[in-house]
Ligand binder design. Sequence first.
Ligand SMILES: [Zn+2]
Length: 469
Amino acid sequence: MNTLWCEQAWMEPGEIATGVRVECDDSGIVRRVTRATEPAPGDLVLDGVVFPAAANAHSHAFHRVLRGRTHAGTGTFWTWRNAMYQAAAVLTPEVYEELGTAVYTEMVAAGWTSVAEFHYVHHRPDGTPYGEPYDGGPHALELALARAAVTAGIRLTLLDTCYLSSGFGAPILPEQARFSDGTAEAWLTRWQSLRATVAESFPASEVSVGAALHSVRAVDEPALAFIARNLPGDVPLHIHLSEQPAENRDCLEATGTTPTGLLARHDLLSERLTVVHATHLTPQDIDLLGNARVTVAMCPTTEADLADGIGPARALQDAGAVVALGTDQHAVVDPWLEMRALEHGERLAGGRRGRFSPGDLVRAVAAGGARAQGRVPAGLVPGQVCDLVALDHASARTVGSSPAQLPMTATAQDVNAVVVGGELLVLNGRHSRLGLPGPLLAAAIARVDGAAPAEAITAEAATIRKAQP
Ligand SMILES: [Zn+2]
C-alpha cells in the first residue's frame, strides 16, 4: 500500500480539492481518497495541483526524429510523408529500442503515462520478415518497442497495424515494403502470434496488444471485411480516418462511399473502435460515428503542423463520440498544449470560446485516451489507476491561474512530478532511472542519423557563460 498526499487536486466533476490523501494498493490502483487532510508520516507529498495523468491515444514513436527538420520550403502532408519514409527506412530493432526509450521518456516526463503506439514498421527494409532468432525473432521491432516502454515506465498499448496497399488495392510502394504482410490473413496470423508472445512476456498493465488498420487507403475492402469478421471483438482497434480530402475523394471513387461509410458497411463502427484525426467528415459521417460511440483521437498539434485542417471535435462529442488526444508525429509532446490546441481549433473554426471546458479537456486527455487503449483510466477515484501529474501553479506561465483552468495555461515545463502506479517516476523533469530526456534523445537521434553521439550535450541543461578572452 502506497499513500500520497496532494496539496491540491483536480477531482471530478472538475473541482479543486485541498489536502487530498490517496491510498493505492500494490498493483497501483486507487483504493481510498480523503479530502481536507494533513500529510501523514511516510506519505509521498505532491506540491502544486495534481491532475490525472494523460493517456496518449496516438503515437508513431519514430516520427520524433523529424521534429524541426521539415519546415524548409513549402509542401503538404504528402511531401512530409516522404521525409517520414526516409526515417522509417533506417530503423533496426536496436536503433528503435534506443529511440523508443528516449521518446517514451520525453513522453512520461511531460505527463503521459500510457500510450497507444500505432505501429506499422514490421519487417526488414526489403519486406522480408525478421524471422530467425539471431535477428531478434519474428517480432523483433514490436518487442523492441515493448522493452523501450517498460524501460521508460510508460504503459504501452501496441497497436499492431495492417498495411497492405499504397491506395485502394494498388500495390505497395518499395518504401512501404516493410509495413506489409502481403495479405490480411498473413497479418492476422502474425498479430495472433505477437499477442500471445507479449502476453507471455509482459504484465498487461505494462504492455498489451491492440490492432490497427492503417487507413482505408492501405487496407482494401476485401481485407477490411476479412478483419472485421476475424479480429476478436474485445480488442481495441484503431484507424486513421479522413485526415486528407484526397483520401475521401479516392474512397468515394473506389467504393462509392466515404471512409466512415465504408467502416459502417462492414460493421466496424463500435465502442472498441478509435478513429484518428476524423478531420474531413460529412454530417452523415458525424452521425454514424456518434451513434456508434466510437472514440475519436484528435491530434491537434499534428493536424496544424501537417496542414490537415480542423476536425469537428465538439460536433462529434455532441453526437455521442468520446474525444481523446494524441501526439501522433511528436512535433509537440505536451498534453497541456494538445488540450489547448483542441479548444483553440474550435475557437478559430467557429468563432466561439469555451467549446471544451477545462474539465472536458482533462477528461479527453485522461479518460478518453484510456478508453482508446482499453485501459482503466487514471484519476482520484477508487478503482482508477494511480497515475498522477503534479503541476507547478506558481511558474511564469501558471501563476495567477485559477487551478481548475490550468489546462489553458500550463505546459509540460510546469510538471513537477509524475506518479505511475502510485510510485514517483519523474521529479522536476528528471526520470528516476534514466535522467533527463534530452541527452537520451540526442544520442538516439545521432544514431538514427548515423552520426557520432553529440559529446557536447551533458546530462544537465546547457549553461550560458562569457567566452574567455
Ligand atoms: Zn498517425
